[in-house]
Design a protein around this ligand. Structure first.
Ligand code: FAD
Length: 466
């Protein structure tokens, strides 16, 4: 078989791979992009976009149901989940078509098939296209997939992963969610909006433990108010199929039943069957591919980006790593900085976080303090009935440097961008207080939190003197 020669081969076309391919092509590299499934990877086809399309449907339903609070009357409110799913599929298809055009417009050659290393410079494609490709530089961007739980194996009818749950056309009456992490909480909120009885099982003492106590507590309270049940410190001993679905036997002796279960206990990295042993690339114990700050693996010229590197399971991190790896592959030195990675959880209320929580800042030895401002005290929040939530800034007291920020509430997904700019540019809390924020906006919460962190609160009474 004749080898096809390129300057760069990218394996996987998720938000990591396709972005890397575009940046490499912009640098003048002749680039091949190999994809075994659908262009756009997990994010576009079974992750960020479809879940957010359904969440948008849920938001409309919630708003309509709350319309009376705004003096708007809506009677006989109903929804059609099958139609919502169809809208979601249409959004995904539309973006995928656009993505294919974008990739091709950058003169990138797409190969449809499974890529496997033959040597550190050769990849064999098997599938719709069958070729051997050769390049000096190769980027692995193969992503991840739902991690199975041996106690509750997926059958995609009663026990679902996030992919099969997104493809339902009819909702269950009762849903168990195993795992109170980001995906578990987003799905809990989504299904609760559609009147599904949701119970989250989390083995740890709280849901979203990584987001810090303030955030985790507020979300748990909000979920409970909405009727979402949360079983923390939950140990599931046995799982049976019951005539109506599934039954969980808990270590404390209780037996609980639901029609369906979602198992969302993390992701498994797509690093197997890539022929990595042929190129001498050893995996980390958790199956991820170790990389240095240039995103290069232990094999010179072979880079890895995105979920498969095991550091962050976020689309925007995969894309950012794609830009950096492509720069380095083109001979332009670039480095990944990890202190300013925003993360958003699309629950209701939304959560946006970046950098260190107060707990982690103190653990790391900072003399840290916090400025926290409740949305309740904002004019815009009152005017729009979006009073649930807060914005808080974690600050290094001696220097005023912003170490982290967390925001829970309406618009958190957009609000966190201000703190991403602040942290990536090493701004101080004073610079946020000195910035004129438009009124009335929810973004004023950052300015108010900055005033509080500097012990000069404006729209809250002064802290009592000790
Ligand atoms: P992927 O997107 O997984 O893409 C990898 C691609 O490589 C796939 O298309 C796969 O088919 C292909 N591939 C694998 N092996 C081979 C091979 N050997 N040859 C050829 N092709 C191969 N992140 C966010 O930032 N925001 C969100 O709101 C968000 N929501 C999510 C919701 C859900 C339900 C899920 C499951 C994930 C969500 N994520 C979200 C995470 C996000 O989807 C991932 O972090 C992101 O897709 C990772 O990008 P990637 O390029 O590393 O890999």
């Amino acid at each position: 078989m004749d080898k096809k020669k390129f300057d760069l081969i990218v394996i996987g076309s998720g938000p990591g791979g396709y972005v890397a391919a575009i940046r490499a092509a912009q640098h003048g590299l002749k680039t091949a992009l190999i994809e075994a499934g659908e262009l756009g990877g997990t994010c576009l086809n079974r992750g960020c976009i479809p879940s957010k399309a359904l969440i948008a449907n849920a938001e409309v339903l919630r708003k309509v149901r709350e319309a009376a609070s705004y003096g708007v009357s809506c009677q006989n409110v109903a929804f059609d989940y099958a139609a919502m799913k169809e809208r979601k599929d249409g959004v995904v298809k539309n973006i995928r078509n656009g993505l294919e055009g974008l990739i091709k417009s950058n003169q990138i050659t797409i190969f449809n098939g499974y890529g496997k290393f033959l040597s550190p410079r050769e990849v064999k494609v098997t599938g719709q296209d069958n070729e051997v490709l050769e390049a000096d530089k190769i980027i692995i961007a193969t992503g991840s997939e739902p991690r199975p739980l041996p106690l509750i194996p997926f059958d995609h009818e009663v026990v679902h992963d996030s992919t099969s749950l997104l493809n339902l056309t009819k909702l269950p009456k009762r849903l168990f969610i195993v795992g109170g992490g980001v995906i578990g909480c987003e799905f809990a909120c989504l299904h609760n909006a559609f009147d599904v009885e949701v119970t989250i099982f989390e083995v740890l003492p709280s849901i979203l433990p990584m987001e810090g106590k303030n955030v985790s507590d507020l979300l748990a309270r909000s979920f409970k108010k909405r009727g979402i049940k949360i079983e923390t410190n939950a140990v599931i001993d046995r799982v049976d199929r019951s005539p109506n679905g599934i039954s969980f036997h808990l270590a404390d002796g209780r037996q609980l039943e639901a029609d369906m279960a979602l198992v969302s206990v993390g992701r498994k990295f797509n690093s197997e069957n890539l022929g990595l042993e042929k190129i001498g690339l050893a995996l980390a114990p958790n199956g991820s591919i170790p990389v240095n700050e240039h995103l290069e693996t232990t094999v010179p010229g072979v880079y890895a980006i995105g979920d498969v590197t095991g550091k962050w399971v976020l689309a925007h991190v995969a894309s950012h790593q794609g830009l950096i790896a492509a720069d380095n592959a083109a001979g332009i030195k670039n480095v990944m900085h990890e202190n300013a990675v925003p993360s958003v959880i699309f629950t209701d209320p939304e959560i946006g976080t970046i950098g260190l929580t107060l707990e982690r800042a103190i653990q790391q030895g900072y003399d840290a303090t916090i400025g926290k401002f409740p949305f309740q005290a904002l004019g815009k929040a009152q005017a729009t009935i979006q009073t649930e939530g807060f914005a808080q800034i974690v600050v290094d007291k001696p220097t005023g440097q912003i170490l982290g920020a967390q925001v829970v509430g309406y618009g958190a997904s957009t609000l966190i961008a201000e703190m991403a700019i602040a942290i990536s540019n090493e701004l101080t809390v004073q610079s946020i207080g000195d910035t004129i924020h438009a009124h009335p906006t929810i973004a004023e919460a950052w300015m108010e939190a900055a005033f509080i962190a500097s012990d000069m609160p404006l729209h809250l009474p002064p802290r009592p003197k000790k």
